[in-house]
Design a protein around this ligand. Structure first.
Ligand SMILES: *[C@@H]1O[C@H](CO)[C@@H](O)[C@H](O)[C@H]1NC(C)=O
Ligand SMILES: *[C@@H]1O[C@H](CO)[C@@H](O)[C@H](O)[C@H]1NC(C)=O
Ligand SMILES: *[C@@H]1O[C@H](CO)[C@@H](O)[C@H](O)[C@H]1NC(C)=O
Ligand SMILES: *[C@@H]1O[C@H](CO)[C@@H](O)[C@H](O)[C@H]1NC(C)=O
Ligand SMILES: *[C@@H]1O[C@H](CO)[C@@H](O)[C@H](O)[C@H]1NC(C)=O
Length: 219
């Protein structure tokens, strides 16, 4: 079992303070917040969108639809997407601004073990270093770009990439594209990621650290 120690370290530090973190010029900087954005006036549950937490049903569409819905609350304090206890298998999905993704106690978001559920996208502009294959890459499980005011938290839920298949593909030379990360939030501001456990990333800890550095705070 591969734990994302480095990411976990950063997250745990922030978990106790609800820090707002930023990266300008490559160094991570955090400010403590009053957690105002943790209190969203609207809330929906992933189950309202047909998701099934049995660890088998693929819930990518349910996540995408559930995240489209809170968009209508973006100018009204945002919304919370509640993920109850269960094993929620999914492919890669996009976050939106003014959102709290809340993983309740016993909730696990499980990454699909089929590579086609992790879409292939263009490489990051700043990713000259450390890419394992030239060209395109698989997109992270939870992805966001140009976002503001995003909170990923809850009651100690888990995001499990089920990454061992990716490590096998990597070792056997079966990868066609660079492996994905668990969470990637690029060019985004006002982020809180806390009180979560990250397990079994498809990619190395070092790269996850680099990914964190893609998070920027432009406020
Ligand atoms: C994380 O959990 C602790 C303990 O339950 C709680 O005090 C804190 O407010 C939580 N942080 C966030 C950002 O939810
Ligand atoms: C983010 O902003 C850049 C520059 O404005 C734009 O090219 C890109 O398409 C945007 N991405 C998304 C997902 O909106
Ligand atoms: C980042 O986001 C801002 C505002 O959403 C946008 O104006 C800018 O072009 C984006 N930059 C990149 C590199 O995506
Ligand atoms: C959170 O979950 C992790 C892994 O499941 C566990 O080791 C840890 O004790 C939990 N923390 C709390 C406060 O429940
Ligand atoms: C790589 O491409 C081959 C041929 O299309 C495919 O069979 C294989 O499943 C792909 N590997 C991965 C890890 O997606």
């Amino acid at each position: 079992m591969k734990r994302s120690f480095l990411l976990l370290y950063v997250l745990l530090v922030h978990a106790f303070y609800g820090a707002w973190c930023s990266s300008v010029g490559g160094s991570l900087h955090c400010e403590y917040s009053n957690l105002a954005s943790l209190h969203r006036p609207h809330s929906v549950s992933i189950t309202e969108f047909g998701a099934v937490g049995d660890g088998v049903t693929l819930n990518t569409k349910a996540f995408q639809n559930a995240l489209f819905y809170p968009n209508s609350f973006s100018d009204k304090g945002g919304a919370k997407l509640f993920v109850p206890a269960g094993q929620w298998l999914t492919g890669s999905f996009d976050l939106i601004s003014h959102l709290t993704l809340w993983l309740d106690s016993g909730a696990t978001i499980l990454g699909s073990t089929s590579s086609e559920n992790w879409p292939v996208v263009d490489p990051l502009p700043s990713y000259g270093r450390g890419r394992e294959l030239p060209g395109r890459r698989h997109r992270s499980l939870i992805y966001g770009q140009n976002l503001t005011d995003v909170v990923i938290t809850g009651e100690n839920g888990t995001i499990d990439g089920q990454g061992s298949v990716w490590w096998d593909w990597f070792r056997n030379g079966e990868l066609n594209y660079t492996r994905p990360h668990l969470v990637e939030l690029m060019n985004s501001t006002g982020l809180i990621i806390s009180n979560l456990t990250f397990l079994n990333s498809p990619f190395s800890n070092k790269m996850i650290d680099s990914t964190l550095k893609e998070v920027s705070h432009l406020v």
